[in-house]
Write a protein that binds this ligand. Structure first.
Ligand SMILES: Nc1ncnc2c1ncn2[C@@H]1O[C@H](COP(=O)(O)OP(=O)(O)OP(=O)(O)O)[C@@H](O)[C@H]1O
Ligand SMILES: [Mg+2]
Length: 253
């Protein structure tokens, strides 16, 4: 047996060559980072939860006609996806103010946006993923005008799907970030939702209590990140009862 080829090791995931050309295996690590990797930790079980949750969201999006890179989950930590050329943008949708928009514009966290706001950050760790406008995107050729129309439509469809799903289990979708991939088919290209959708990339607040159930728990030291993500998975019925993300030895009589 030859060892499969590692394509990329990121902060949260490692990518391996998939079994067929044009496929990739995403391995979800337990590493958590924030503030452009200034804060780091290993959170046991996070990779398993994000793998299961991303599968759940991507499958649901596919079922309502939103194209994604997802093919199938392989095991507790890995999923098979279509290999894409990633558009170098983080596409953010905000329903309520939180995080950087609150700081930038002095809006209190939790304030409802007049309508969903779509923002773009240029994916460049060395620059700290700076906020950019459609002018920069067009001028520097990161995406065409047609791409941008498709990207906004995709982002808003993801927002409708995810916010409805979350509302149904008592969770407010405050904001989220997605990445978009290009898949080439002959002379054509298709844009799909790529990377991951998980509590690492969304802000999720309990509707009743306001409790944070996303990566802000780690960023702001608000308690156990695994407990928060497990709560999301449980409410959505994603975690199989017997599959504890943190596997401890069990005593067998
Ligand atoms: N379907 C796909 N095809 C190709 N690349 C992908 C696909 N889905 C996600 N990626 C890329 O794989 C990497 C996932 O790793 P991870 O999330 O750990 O990266 P990261 O540390 O956040 O770094 P980056 O700044 O590159 O996003 C990202 O660079 C992401 O853009
Ligand atoms: Mg990432």
């Amino acid at each position: 047996m030859t060892r499969r080829k590692k394509i990329y090791e990121g902060k949260a995931k490692t990518l391996y060559e998939g079994p067929e050309p044009g496929t990739i295996v995403q391995y979800f690590k337990d590493d958590a980072t924030a503030f452009n990797a200034e804060k780091k930790d290993v959170i046991e079980g996070k990779g398993v939860l994000n793998n299961m949750l991303s599968e759940y969201f991507m499958t649901g999006l596919g079922a309502v006609g939103v194209p994604t890179h997802f093919i199938k989950r392989l095991n507790m930590r890995e999923q098979l996806v279509r290999a894409c050329e990633i558009v170098p943008l983080e596409v953010i949708v905000r329903n309520y103010a939180a995080g950087s928009i609150s700081k930038r514009l002095g809006i209190e966290e939790g304030t409802a946006m007049p309508r969903p706001i779509v923002e773009y950050c240029y994916k460049d760790d060395a620059l700290g993923d700076p906020l950019v406008t459609e002018e920069h995107i067009a001028a520097f050729g990161w995406a065409s005008q047609q791409d941008m129309d498709d990207i906004v439509a995709l982002a808003l469809r993801v927002n409708d799907y995810l916010s409805g799903l979350m509302y149904g289990v008592g969770i407010r979708l405050v904001d989220f970030k997605i990445e978009i991939g290009r898949i080439y088919e002959g002379d054509f290209q298709r844009l799909v939702v790529a990377d991951e959708i998980s509590p690492d990339s969304c802000r999720l607040w309990d509707i009743e209590t306001g409790q944070k159930l996303d990566k802000d728990v780690f960023r702001r030291d608000l308690g156990s990140l695994t407990d928060a993500y497990t709560e999301v998975a449980k409410r959505l019925g994603v975690m199989p009862k017997q599959a504890n993300p943190v596997s401890k030895p069990t005593l067998i009589n």
